[in-house]
Write a protein that binds this ligand. Structure first.
Ligand code: NAP
Length: 249
């Protein structure tokens, strides 16, 4: 039997990148998957089509997960179709790096509103739908939370907050059999990384030089760990941050 048969997973920001990879991997282990997206309907529809073609079950749901009203609707649409939620992957996130002189209040608030507040609001909403037998929450943090590279101050701060939230919620929700863990990826080649200009040039060279395994990561370097944290294979694990960075620390 597959590891996630009869489970229902919500993956935020799954129209591309790491979230899309995780959505596909969870579906391949038998989970019904909600592919959330903000604006890339085509991307989300493609992931749903791929899951369906492989014999899995999935729906695409648009929702800006930095907004409570959208989050409420995301879970309403999820439970209307799949009745419950067993796995929540808080993956949607943005990264806007820049020097202190380049800092704007708008950039600060948009990163904190999605990466931190959105993650908290989404988890709070999911609580209403988790079954009594328990659930797994997987937060996508970042190696940046501890590496704190130059010009990443706001982004790294959002991910350090995600680590702290992971540790605290694991303690708060453990008695309800809700496990809360994080995956902290190093640099992973995604649409977002290409758009930010990290995939080429000096920054990529810096990462590869400092990475013992000598390369940046791909989404399938991350997705097996999400399957692990979602499944009963990790049933005695909570409050953990799993660094997956090719050894860059
Ligand atoms: P990406 O390629 O830019 O994809 C981001 C995804 O998030 C898209 O599906 C996007 O949907 C969705 N999204 C953005 N804003 C949203 C919102 N307000 N509500 C709902 N969905 C939203 O990003 P990625 O590189 O895969 O990164 C995914 C996560 O991993 C982020 O939390 C990031 O911080 C973390 N991470 C990434 C790396 C890396 O090197 N790639 C490393 C460490 C951690 P639309 O396309 O519809 O906007």
């Amino acid at each position: 039997m597959s590891k996630l048969t009869d489970k229902v997973a919500v993956v935020t920001g799954a129209s591309k990148g790491i979230g899309a990879g995780i959505a596909l991997a969870l579906a391949r282990e038998g989970a019904a998957v909600v592919v959330n997206y903000a604006s890339s309907k085509d991307g989300a529809d493609k992931i749903v089509a791929q899951i369906t073609k492989e014999g899995g079950r999935a729906i695409a749901v648009q929702a800006d997960v930095s907004k409570q009203a959208d989050i409420t609707r995301l879970f309403q649409e999820t439970t209307k179709i799949f009745n419950k939620v067993d796995i929540l992957v808080n993956n949607a996130g943005i990264y806007q790096w820049g020097s202190l002189e380049e800092l704007t209040e708008e950039s600060f608030h948009s990163q904190f509103n999605l990466n931190v507040l959105g993650l908290l609001l989404t988890t709070r909403e999911a609580l209403k739908h988790f079954p009594e037998e328990g659930a797994s929450v997987i937060n996508i943090s970042s190696a940046a939370s501890t590496l704190t590279p130059a010009t990443s101050s706001v982004y790294s701060a959002t991910k350090a907050a995600v680590d702290a939230i992971t540790h605290s919620l694991a303690k708060e929700l453990g008695p309800r059999k809700i496990r809360v863990n994080a995956i902290n990826p190093g640099m992973i080649e995604t649409e977002g990384v290409h758009a930010a200009g990290f995939a080429e040039g000096d920054f990529r060279t810096l990462v590869e030089t400092n990475t013992p395994l000598g390369r940046i990561g791909q989404t399938d370097d991350i997705s097996p760990s999400a399957v692990y944290l979602a499944s009963s294979d990790s049933k005695y694990m909570t409050g953990e941050t799993l660094l997956i960075s090719g050894g860059w620390r």
